[in-house]
Design a protein around this ligand. Structure first.
Ligand code: SAM
Ligand code: SF4
Length: 329
């Protein structure tokens, strides 16, 4: 059984982008009210008195868009200063990074993943659902700034969408050649945007690898991260290429993580709501953190069965109602 020591913390469900695969156009989402978000203090209490004592040592801040969270730099400072933190990272769309990267780095954030699905400003517009404004250049500046202030390696997340950015696989992979950038290709999952998901809505990782192999060759890398990516390298490249193949290869048996939503639900499996606990309610009802810790410990015990529930029910190609931005991707 895999040790579960990695928590993904969603800080906010709102976002300044509306990526086609995450926040479908026109969808009316019930955003979490501000007073329902876990507060800075509640997050710190949960980390100090529940998760760290249970052996969690790796934390990723995500959302929605985590950089929209008021007080983000102070929160990073406080989390980074906790003893027993082995790894503190963030996943962001990068739009606000050019002004925040330096402060985040100095606050103690050491690793960052930026989502970038295209190098073409027009394709980018289509993907992120802002037809008028050119947000690509600002995002690209954010990525460059993050690298310059010291986020090294820098990871870029690419969701490959057939017919949209499939032709850019080689150009995006090439970003790993001259700099220590890790490009991670993610298979699109049928979460949230049912309309986009058809028979050919995702590109299998092996198909992506084959394109890269044809152009440069591809070797397996022995670098392993916290996550489910299979890591490869273009021969002679400074950076790496990761492949996250949740659609073509189930990696539930390697799962080492839980997710905490912005309104305090602890979720043991991304694709499955079984067993989730409303930690905010427990905290706000005055339940002692020793008791909350006991409940989370029990959830850890049954997590392996929950991981497989979706698969076993034969529903693993179903469409899940909550979007990634709501769950905390
Ligand atoms: N807003 C931040 C960002 O975009 O990086 C953080 C939250 S976002 C939900 C986290 C990651 O989930 C992104 O890399 C995004 O590409 C990915 N994602 C969102 N919806 C997805 C889907 N349906 N399938 C696969 N990946 C998805
Ligand atoms: Fe926002 Fe990230 Fe979802 Fe795109 S993937 S809509 S940037 S939360």
């Amino acid at each position: 059984m895999n040790r579960v020591d990695y928590l993904r913390i969603s800080l906010i469900d709102r976002c300044n982008f509306r990526c086609q695969y995450c926040l479908p156009e026109g969808a009316e989402l019930d955003y979490i009210l501000r007073q329902e978000l876990l507060t800075h203090e509640e997050i710190m209490t949960l980390l100090k008195e529940v998760f760290i004592p249970l052996g969690f040592s790796k934390f990723r801040l995500t959302g929605g868009e985590p950089l929209l969270r008021p007080g983000i730099v102070d929160l990073v400072t406080d989390i980074a200063s906790l003893p027993a933190i082995e790894d503190l990272s963030m996943t962001t769309n990068g739009f606000l990074l050019s002004s925040l990267a330096k402060d985040l780095y100095q606050a103690g954030l050491k690793r960052i993943n930026v989502s970038l699905d295209s190098l073409n400003a027009d394709t980018f517009k289509t993907i992120i659902g802002h037809k008028k404004a050119d947000l690509w250049h600002q995002t690209w500046l954010g990525i460059q700034t993050a690298y310059e202030v010291g986020f090294d390696p820098l990871k870029l997340n690419v969701v490959v969408i057939p017919g949209v950015n499939e032709t850019e696989i080689e150009a995006l992979a090439a970003l790993s050649i001259n700099k220590n950038w890790h490009i991670r290709f993610i298979e699109f999952m049928p979460i949230g945007n049912a309309g986009l998901f058809s028979d050919r809505a995702w590109v299998p990782s092996e198909e992506i690898r084959e394109k890269i192999r044809q152009k440069w060759g591809l070797i397996e890398s022995n670098i392993k991260g916290n996550g489910p990516a299979d890591v490869f390298k273009i021969p002679g490249a400074k950076g790496t290429l990761g492949f996250i193949s949740q659609m073509s290869e189930c990696f539930c048996d390697r799962c080492n993580r839980m997710r905490l939503s912005a309104d305090g639900w602890l979720r043991p499996c991304l694709l499955n709501e079984t067993g989730q606990i409303d930690l905010k309610k427990l905290l706000r009802n005055g339940i002692k953190t020793t008791e909350i810790k006991e409940k989370v410990a029990q959830l850890l015990v049954i997590k392996p069965d929950i991981n497989y529930k979706q698969r076993d029910s034969g529903n693993d190609t179903g469409i899940y109602n909550r979007t990634m931005s709501q769950i905390g991707g």
